[in-house]
Design a protein around this ligand. Structure first.
Ligand SMILES: *Cc1c(COP(=O)(O)O)cnc(C)c1O
Length: 407
């Protein structure tokens, strides 16, 4: 089925992913780059984005869960790969056997890693995570010397190697926030404690997207951008994507399922929160909260239909919403663009975030599993895309909506 015939689709420009990775590498020229692939590549599709990031020089990939990391291995990725969100009884042994670097924030994790490494008959690669102020995952300064000592002892036994020491920022999306300098200082202290205990990690890393873009002192050996790999700015304070040299990779659109004339005073969608002010034309967009359109976008979300920004009329339902075309016309099957890079005058994910009171991260990540991802800009020959990942239009048409992702 050609892309334009899909009810709704998220087109993902892998050329943009590659360009963003190259841009980010140029911002941290002395550091390696770990492209963060968690949550299905922030909703963009993990495997194709991982390949694109590798092609553009990401020497590391990062995921939150071990399941995500193992899925990258199952998809053929063989490079350095870290996953950090562990719970007791997690698949440590599978991760060690798959050559995945794992993360430990507490002694219980070191114990489970040592056991897994013995079972696997090989040494594990471990990144120790310090809480330098985020107050989320990571080891508190008071507990850090004990964690470092336990890791060093296990290293001396050959059960593991401490390959990384790392931490995560709380407020890097607010450049100049005093927490950023405080976390840098705390990280230096954590590194010094680890060095005194005899640890010599390959990579020390702290910088997420905003720190990669705005805080060179945080780059250390490796930067760890996520949202910017997909072309989105981490915050308005950091800048708008285009000014940062980033290109949004995802365009989310749908084909109008119905266009009809209705009289003045007609209620629209559940609850009749919108009532037509005059006789008008309504267009039905077949995408709803099950597809990731926030229900909070009811009566506020922006959509490009028939050449203009429209505001969603009435409630967003599970599968569909309505726009009021006023005096304009459109045809059933015409494309409604919810967000994209902005080239066609469509809203961006950042516009959606502002409209519904969230961040662009959530807008793209929440796009539902029911929405096919259609890839464009894949490199042929080396991309290794399986047929399931190829654009539906592969080998087909000249239609501009179709993407032509294999070419
Ligand atoms: C998500 C995440 C990142 C990437 O953050 P961005 O703001 O998307 O760049 C980096 N490190 C950790 C630990 C994360 O959880």
């Amino acid at each position: 089925m050609p892309a334009h015939a899909l009810r709704a689709r998220a087109e993902v420009d892998l050329g943009a992913v590659r360009a963003n990775v190259r841009e980010l590498r140029s911002r941290a020229p002395r550091s390696e780059l770990m492209a963060v692939m968690k949550s299905d590549g922030y909703g963009h599709g993990m495997l194709p984005c991982a390949r694109a990031a590798r092609q553009a020089g990401a020497s590391w990939l990062g995921t939150a869960t071990p399941e995500e990391a193992l899925a990258l291995r199952a998809g053929g990725d063989r490079g350095r790969l870290l996953c950090w969100l562990w719970t007791p009884g997690g698949p440590w042994r599978e991760a060690v056997e798959a050559d995945v670097d794992v993360s430990a924030s507490g002694l219980w994790a070191i114990e489970e890693i040592v056991e897994a490494a013995r079972a696997a008959g090989r040494s594990a690669r471990v990144h120790l995570k310090a809480d330098t102020g985020l107050g989320r995952n990571g080891c508190q300064p008071a507990d850090w010397p004990a964690l470092v000592a336990a890791a060093r002892a296990a290293e001396a036994e050959g059960a593991l190697r401490v390959t990384g020491i790392w931490s995560h920022f709380a407020c890097a999306d607010e450049p100049g926030h005093p927490a950023n300098a405080a976390q840098l200082e705390a990280f230096d202290e954590a590194l010094a404690t680890a060095a005194r205990a005899g640890l010599d990690p390959e990579v020390r890393h702290l910088a997420n997207s905003p720190a990669t873009l705005t805080l060179p002192a945080s780059h250390f050996d490796l930067v760890r951008p996520g949202v910017s790999v997909y072309g989105l700015s981490p915050s308005p304070e950091v800048g708008i994507a285009a000014e940062l040299g980033l290109r949004p990779a995802m365009t989310f659109s749908a084909s109008l399922a119905q266009v009809k004339r209705v009289p003045s005073g007609h209620g629209v969608s559940y609850g009749h929160t919108y009532v037509t002010p005059a006789g008008t034309t309504l267009a039905l967009v077949p995408a709803g909260y099950a597809d990731g359109v926030p229900r909070h976008a009811s009566d506020t979300g922006p959509v490009l239909v028939a050449g203009k920004w429209r505001t969603i009329a009435g409630r967003v339902a599970m599968d569909q919403f309505v726009v009021d075309l006023g005096g304009d016309s459109a045809a059933v099957g015409d494309r409604a663009v919810l967000f994209g890079p902005g080239d066609l005058g469509e809203p961006t994910a950042e516009d959606w975030a502002r409209a519904v009171g969230t961040i662009s991260y959530e807008i793209v990540t929440r796009i539902g599993a029911r929405v096919p991802r259609v890839y464009t800009g894949a490199l042929t020959g080396t991309d290794g895309l399986t047929s399931a990942e190829r654009p539906p239009a592969a080998g087909g048409g000249s239609d501009s909506d179709a993407g032509g992702g294999t070419g």
